[in-house]
Design a binder for this molecule. Structure first.
Ligand SMILES: *[C@@H]1O[C@H](CO)[C@@H](O)[C@H](O)[C@H]1NC(C)=O
Ligand SMILES: *[C@@H]1O[C@H](CO)[C@@H](O)[C@H](O)[C@H]1NC(C)=O
Ligand SMILES: *[C@@H]1O[C@H](CO)[C@@H](O)[C@H](O)[C@H]1NC(C)=O
Ligand SMILES: *[C@@H]1O[C@H](CO)[C@@H](O)[C@H](O)[C@H]1NC(C)=O
Ligand SMILES: *[C@@H]1O[C@H](CO)[C@@H](O)[C@H](O)[C@H]1NC(C)=O
Ligand SMILES: *[C@@H]1O[C@H](CO)[C@@H](O)[C@H](O)[C@H]1NC(C)=O
Ligand SMILES: *[C@@H]1O[C@H](CO)[C@@H](O)[C@H](O)[C@H]1NC(C)=O
Length: 525
């Protein structure tokens, strides 16, 4: 249905130049048009090879740069020695173990960073963030720790990263620690109505490879007070797997089936979990028996199936547009690159701009110390969170508000395709993140390029002079495909000193079943 994504950027500042707009006078006595402007373009294409060096040297060490693989490994090994954490190696950990989920850099405190950058102060000590899932308890939780200083020495310690949170505690209760049991529960519940599911939805969900349906629901889970007690609530629905020749398409989120069930999954003992009701055709049945009785009755209304078909694919279909087979215009970089990068320090210079880059597991690409004409205009620029909050007449759509940093923008930022994601002449960088005790590098998942936005920076014509200023922008891009969504992040720098952050959304929507849902839109049919 909708794509209502709220994106929160930190330190978003636009530094724009707005000049006075001279009122255009009608030329009463126009002199001969200057012909020089025709030569503007040719003046760029000098035949001399450019002496421009695309390799820069960072003026300072990049103190914001992600942890190296060695740093991450040393933090993991240090934490495993802390017996009170009772850690299990992530690869062997189950839901009832304690395990490290994420290791990343704790950004240096700004005062220390500025002292280093501006006043030749000491280089700030490096500290790591370690996110640990504590599963070896009846009440599982996740806690962030700060570990350091790095490199690990006898002086290194770890403590709860409480000061970095507004709540004052870096510890949060995890109500979703038993995913495998929840999957089993969903199949067990479905087994009690397998005949109804087959009749209404024409398929099965048994846990076998030839299942038609996947079962999942709200994210995050609900809390509801029932008989004076806080209970953990899960609403689920059935999603058709893309099948047949369209099985290759990742379109499951287009295929909700319109049957929902509500469960109380409080606590870690599934024998105490309960089915709290069923919903079909906007009618709620508070027990499985009631639902079954209604289904057997002659007046029970069945709705049209939402089935996979060619419509879920993204390949070209239908008649091509006229001229579609003629090569489109392409952008070129005729005289080589006009920006420079220190790949090791992740430092970039373009025209009057310079900045440092880092990459994190939670939020992906971030920029630090953005300077224009040598003056810092932004200290830190990056995504804080992306909330995808849905709506619909059903509890799964209306109960969904994904917070995508939980899944992480780093792990889902994959290699970019030259000529499609970024111009062919782009420079690419790799992104590294450390999750589940493994350091992974995704190649070429960041691109940098100059391009013509297709409109001028400035123009003016008068009877005596025509002025045209070409507009060229510099873009830093990364794309994260989190589940059904593709977030295309651009940091765009312009010659007038402005910086634009753009997020383009693509991928598959997560749709609602059409029945009784006309106020919200339709998925299909
Ligand atoms: C137009 O410009 C020419 C040359 O400057 C001048 O001789 C002429 O008087 C002008 N005509 C008018 C209508 O202003
Ligand atoms: C440590 O974790 C294991 C599971 O990995 C658990 O069985 C054990 O009870 C835990 N020990 C303590 C002291 O919490
Ligand atoms: C950074 O700031 C926090 C919050 O004020 C403080 O608790 C912490 O000790 C500082 N870290 C360093 C390395 O000075
Ligand atoms: C830590 O201290 C011990 C004993 O004081 C010493 O043997 C060891 O080498 C030290 N380790 C490091 C990493 O400095
Ligand atoms: C699912 O059903 C099986 C068989 O009755 C049972 O052993 C298992 O505990 C059930 N699991 C859950 C999570 O309800
Ligand atoms: C139900 O499923 C069967 C087997 O997959 C298929 O042959 C049949 O056409 C389906 N019925 C409808 C109404 O889609
Ligand atoms: C990216 O990773 C590849 C493969 O490890 C490596 O060859 C390449 O030099 C890296 N690129 C940069 C810009 O570091």
């Amino acid at each position: 249905m909708l794509f209502p994504t709220a994106l929160v950027f930190a330190g978003l500042v636009t530094y724009a130049l707005a000049g006075p707009h001279a009122r255009l006078k009608h030329p009463k006595n126009r002199t001969k048009q200057p012909t020089e402007f025709i030569e503007i373009l040719s003046s760029f294409s000098s035949s001399d090879e450019s002496k421009f060096n695309p390799v820069s040297v960072a003026p300072k060490t990049n103190i914001f740069i992600s942890l190296s693989n060695d740093e991450a490994a040393s933090v993991i090994s240090f934490l495993h020695k802390q017996t009170e954490l009772n850690l299990t190696a992530a690869a062997d950990a189950g839901p009832w173990d304690n395990a490290i989920e994420v290791v990343d850099l704790v950004q240096p405190n700004k005062t220390d960073a500025l002292h280093y950058l501006d006043h030749n102060g000491p280089i700030p000590a490096r500290y790591a963030l370690a996110r640990i899932a504590f599963g070896a308890t009846e009440e599982p939780y996740v806690q962030d720790f700060i570990v350091g200083p790095l490199p690990i020495s006898n002086a290194s310690t770890y403590e709860s990263l409480d000061w970095a949170t507004t709540s004052g505690s870096a510890k949060i209760r995890n109500y979703n620690a038993d995913e495998r049991l929840i999957n089993q529960w969903n199949l067990n519940v479905t087994a009690t109505v397998a005949d109804i599911v087959l009749d209404l939805l024409n398929g099965t969900a048994t846990g076998s490879k030839d299942d038609d349906f996947d079962i999942w629901g709200i994210d995050p889970l609900w809390m509801e007070e029932i008989d004076g007690e806080q209970r953990v609530i899960l609403w689920n629905t059935y999603w058709h797997y893309p099948s047949g020749k369209n099985a290759i398409f990742d379109a499951e989120t287009l295929l909700p089936q319109g049957l929902f069930f509500k469960s109380d999954i409080t606590g870690r003992d599934p024998s105490k979990w309960k089915v709290l009701g069923w919903l079909y055709g906007d009618i709620f049945y508070s027990t499985t028996e009631e639902f079954r009785k209604a289904w057997r009755s002659p007046h029970f209304v069945k709705y049209k199936l939402n089935l996979p078909g060619d419509w879920i694919g993204t390949d070209q279909t239908g008649e091509p547009f006229p001229g579609d087979d003629i090569a489109p215009p392409v952008a070129v970089q005729p005289n080589g690159q006009r920006f420079s990068v220190d790949e090791e320090q992740r430092y970039v210079e373009w025209m009057d701009f310079s900045f440092y880059i880092t990459f994190t597991r939670d939020t992906g690409l971030r920029l630090f110390d953005i300077k224009y004409k040598g003056q810092r205009i932004i200290y830190e620029l990056g995504l804080q969170e992306a909330v995808a909050h849905y709506a619909g007449n059903d509890p799964v759509q209306s109960g969904t508000a994904y917070m995508d940093t939980f899944y992480g923008f780093g792990p889902y930022a994959f290699e970019l395709v030259p000529g499609y994601d970024c111009p062919t002449y782009s420079q690419f960088l790799n992104g590294t993140f450390h999750a589940s005790e493994v350091s992974k590098t995704h190649r070429n998942n960041i691109c940098l390029f100059e391009s013509d936005p297709g409109y001028l920076m400035q123009r003016h014509s008068s009877s005596s002079y025509l002025a045209l200023t070409k507009n060229i922008v510099f873009t830093l891009r990364s794309v994260s495909s989190i589940g059904n969504y593709d977030y295309i992040f651009d940091y765009v720098f312009a010659l007038d000193g402005s910086i634009e952050t753009i997020v383009r959304a693509s991928g598959y929507i997560q749709s609602a079943y059409y029945a009784k849902n006309n106020h919200y839109g339709k998925s299909h049919g």
